[in-house]
Design a protein around this ligand. Structure first.
Ligand SMILES: C[S@@+](CC[C@H](N)C(=O)[O-])C[C@H]1O[C@@H](n2cnc3c(N)ncnc32)[C@H](O)[C@@H]1O
Length: 256
């Protein structure tokens, strides 16, 4: 989350806190009863979500603004031991420690996307595929069952998702190859298909890397995020009314 977003989060919540306190004060004058801290959490969340809606933020911010004060009140009153917070923090760090630097958090693509990706891969011949930022490895496990002649590699920068995909690979006796690595250090020329589900913030750089390394005829597939100013050769919709898979076939001339 960019720092100005966090600043907005804090400012909106502070304003919502003041408004909620005023509303509850008026309510207590009217009813003669003292509002609970839980009611304050709900009122603050509702006011903050309304401010966010008024600002025309992206819809997920409404949920964040609504949930944050309610969760804070519940956790503060539940006397959760500090070690639980520390553990939770370490797990989040294990998933997202790189996010401040490369601005790509973990969120899974899901089955509809996996099916759409499978539909773009060849049947009856071998090929190589890499998921740059493979998360928990679900896409590669699915594809390796659908296309048994394919070679599936996943590179992941965060240690916990990487460790989990290696564990799943072992338990499932799958033959996927997972690496704890920054995809920027990966040679993309080794692959016929490069799949990315990253973030709008990095797509221009991914294209520069793809253009300089990927072989002519190989394909770059990006779920949800297109490349500014570069028309895809194909767009496949993942699931009914779903989000798009953008596909670029690398041209013979690599000069950009
Ligand atoms: C949006 S998730 C997609 C996960 C998975 N590919 C899927 O489709 O479900 C992006 C993943 O890329 C990883 N990632 C971000 N930057 C990376 C980098 N420079 N090198 C390798 N992995 C990276 C994140 O840790 C995260 O797990």
């Amino acid at each position: 989350v960019p720092s100005h977003r966090l600043l907005w989060l804090a400012s909106i919540q502070s304003a919502a806190y003041l408004v909620a306190q005023c509303l509850l004060y008026l309510l207590s004058l009217g009813t003669g009863s003292t509002p609970t801290i839980y009611l304050l959490g709900v009122a603050q969340g509702a006011v903050a979500a309304a401010i966010s809606w008024f600002r025309r933020d992206e819809p997920w911010w409404y949920a964040i603004h609504l949930v944050v004060p309610i969760a804070a009140v519940i956790l503060l009153t539940a006397n959760v031991p500090p070690t639980i917070y520390l553990l939770f923090f370490l797990v989040l760090l294990g998933f997202n420690w790189h996010v401040v630097r490369n601005r790509v958090p973990y969120f899974p693509s899901g089955h509809a996307t996996w099916r759409a990706v499978a539909s773009t891969l060849p049947e009856g011949r071998s090929f190589s595929f890499v998921d740059i930022g493979s998360g928990l490895g679900g896409l590669n496990f699915y594809l390796s069952k659908q296309r048994v002649l394919g070679r599936f590699v996943g590179v992941e920068i965060s240690p916990i998702p990487y460790a989990w995909s290696v564990f799943r690979n072992f338990v499932r006796r799958a033959a996927c190859d997972f690496r704890l690595q920054d995809y920027n250090a990966l040679d993309l020329s080794k692959f016929d298909f490069v799949f990315a589900y990253l973030s709008p913030a990095v797509m221009a750089d991914v294209w520069v890397k793809a253009r300089s390394e990927m072989r002519p005829g190989s394909k770059l597939i990006s779920f949800e995020f297109d490349i500014p100013g570069v028309e895809p050769d194909e767009v496949v919709v993942a699931g009914r009314g779903g989000r798009p898979l953008y596909i670029w076939t690398l041209p013979p001339q690599q000069a950009s």
